[in-house]
Design a binder for this molecule. Structure first.
Ligand SMILES: C[S@@+](CC[C@H](N)C(=O)[O-])C[C@H]1O[C@@H](n2cnc3c(N)ncnc32)[C@H](O)[C@@H]1O
Length: 254
C-alpha cells in the first residue's frame, strides 16, 4: 500500500473509504455519487470545473487522487466521458471500481503509472493539501497531459496562519503559493473562483448525510472512525472561521 503523510489520513482516506462503500451498498446506489465526493464536496464545484475543462466526446480524462470516485462518476454521467482514476488508497480504489465501474489504479500523484501526454484533461480535487510534494504531483500531472490540456483543481488555501489545529498530515498552501507552483510546473491559470461547498441540491446533501450516519452507526466506536472524524472536523472548523478557502481553478498545460 502507498503511504500517506499520517495515520489519521490513512484512516480517513482508506478505512473510511471502505466503510463508505459498505454503507452505500446498504442504502442504495443513489447514495453513491454524493457519498463518493469526499473533498470536492459540492455539485456546484464539479459543474464549475466541468464547464471549463473543454471536454469533448472521447476526451481522455484523469482524476488524480480520485478517492472513492464520486467526482469521476459524476463526470462520466454528466459529460459522457470515461475517466481514469489514480488514487493511493487501496480501499478507495476498490470502492471506485465496484461502486461505479471506474478504471482505477493504485498510485501516488507524484508517481503516476501513465504515459506522457496521454490525457486531454485532468482533475485533482482536495488533494494538493494532503500532499507534501505538491511540486512533484503537479509535475506528474503536466507530464501526462497534452499541450493545451486543461487541469481542474480544488485546493483548500490558507492565506495566513491558522487559528486552530490543522488536520494531521495536511499542509495548506496559500493561493499565491499555489499559483507559483502551477506556473513552475508549466500551467497557466485560465480562471479561478471561490467554491460554495453548500450549493448541492438537497437530495445530494441528504444522501451524503445518510451515508455518514450509516458509517457512524456501524463503526462509530472504532478508533479509526474517531481519528477520521477529528481530522475532517478540523477542516470544517477552519473553513467556517474563514482561515481556509476552497479555491477552484482551471489551468492550461503550456
Ligand atoms: C479529500 S480526499 C478527495 C478525494 C476526491 N478527489 C474527491 O474529491 O472526492 C483527498 C484524496 O487524496 C488522496 N491523496 C493523498 N495524498 C496523495 C498523493 N500524494 N497523491 C495522490 N492522491 C493523494 C487521498 O488518498 C484522498 O483520497
Amino acid at each position: 500500500m502507498s503511504e500517506l503523510a499520517s495515520e489519521a489520513m490513512e484512516a480517513e482516506f482508506d478505512t473510511v473509504a471502505g466503510w463508505t462503500e459498505e454503507a452505500v451498498r446498504a442504502l442504495g446506489p443513489d447514495h453513491a455519487v454524493p457519498a463518493g465526493c469526499r473533498g470536492s464536496g459540492s455539485e456546484g464545484a464539479l459543474r464549475w470545473l466541468a464547464d471549463r475543462l473543454e471536454l469533448r466526446p472521447g476526451s481522455r480524462v484523469l482524476d488524480a487522487g480520485a478517492g472513492v470516485g464520486g467526482p469521476a462518476a459524476w463526470l462520466a454521467a454528466e459529460r459522457g466521458i470515461r475517466p481514469v482514476c489514480a488514487e493511493p488508497m487501496v480501499a478507495a480504489v476498490r470502492a471506485s471500481r465496484r461502486l461505479f465501474g471506474l478504471r482505477s489504479v493504485v498510485a501516488m500523484g507524484q508517481q503516476l503509472p501513465l504515459a506522457d501526454a496521454s490525457f486531454d484533461a485532468a482533475v485533482c480535487l482536495g488533494v494538493l493539501d494532503t500532499t507534501p510534494d505538491k511540486a512533484g504531483a503537479l509535475a506528474e500531472l503536466r507530464r501526462v497531459l497534452t499541450h493545451g490540456a486543461r487541469l481542474g483543481l480544488l485546493v483548500f488555501v490558507a492565506d495566513g496562519p491558522l487559528p486552530s489545529a490543522a488536520p494531521e498530515g495536511n499542509e495548506f498552501p496559500s493561493e499565491a503559493e499555489t499559483r507559483d507552483l502551477l506556473a513552475a510546473a508549466g500551467f497557466e491559470v485560465a480562471g479561478s473562483a471561490e467554491a460554495d461547498l453548500s450549493d448541492s441540491p438537497p437530495e445530494w446533501t441528504r444522501a451524503a448525510d445518510a451515508v455518514d450516519a450509516e458509517v457512524a452507526r456501524r463503526h462509530g466506536e472504532d478508533p479509526a472512525f474517531r481519528q477520521a472524524e477529528e481530522n475532517s472536523g478540523r477542516v470544517g472548523r477552519l473553513l467556517s472561521d474563514g482561515a481556509l478557502r476552497p479555491w477552484l481553478a482551471v489551468a492550461t498545460a503550456c
